[in-house]
Design a protein around this ligand. Sequence first.
Ligand code: GRF
Length: 223
Amino acid sequence: MQDDFCSIAVLVSGGGSNLQSILDHIQQGHINANIACVISSNPNAYSLVRAKQANIPTHVIEHTRYASREAFDQELVRTLEVYNIKLIVLAGFMRVLSNTFITAYPGRILNIHPSLLPKFPGLHTHQRVLEANETEHGCSVHFVTANLDQGPLVIQAKVPVKTTDNTERLAARVLEKEHIIYPLAVKWFSQNKLICLDNAIYFDNEPLSTHIILTTKHEIELQ
Ligand code: GRF
């Protein structure tokens, strides 16, 4: 395997539709990378079924079995050691990572969040967007730092909020965009087009002063 080949670990806790989307793009040859393993914090996550169907090694690491956040994170780091991982992809991973984990993979952890950060960090974003009568919503891919949902932003996709929306309809509209921007960010990272150094993002070797907003031009890049 080449030194710069992008070996990915995906950390999950739930259904894994983002895992599936990245996997599909890899299998279709749109992303030159390999998902080396999937780690779930939840033994019942459907993500594990998806990974097994694709013959990807899986690990279950339940936080309830560890005395502290650090002990849980140390186990994550230990588990990943054998894989020579270049990129960590958090895809619906419902645990906050401590510095123990974050410093093990500096500038190499991506997360997807279902809101237009910095608006609506945290949980229940779709419900909160509806309650706040927002007219626009969306999703964000960002690098992970010690501050929850505050790491440097890479790309966002926007969707309208409709008067007929409920949380399910709105979540589905956002999820559709997640399945585009996450593979795209992973593709850019695997091409070394997207680099994060000391919490600053470089895109095509230039500092990225403002994050990217998804357009149809980008969607073509995913093919
Ligand atoms: C997505 O909405 C993601 O933004 C959030 O959790 C959800 C995970 O969905 N972090 P899935 O497990 O990838 O289907």
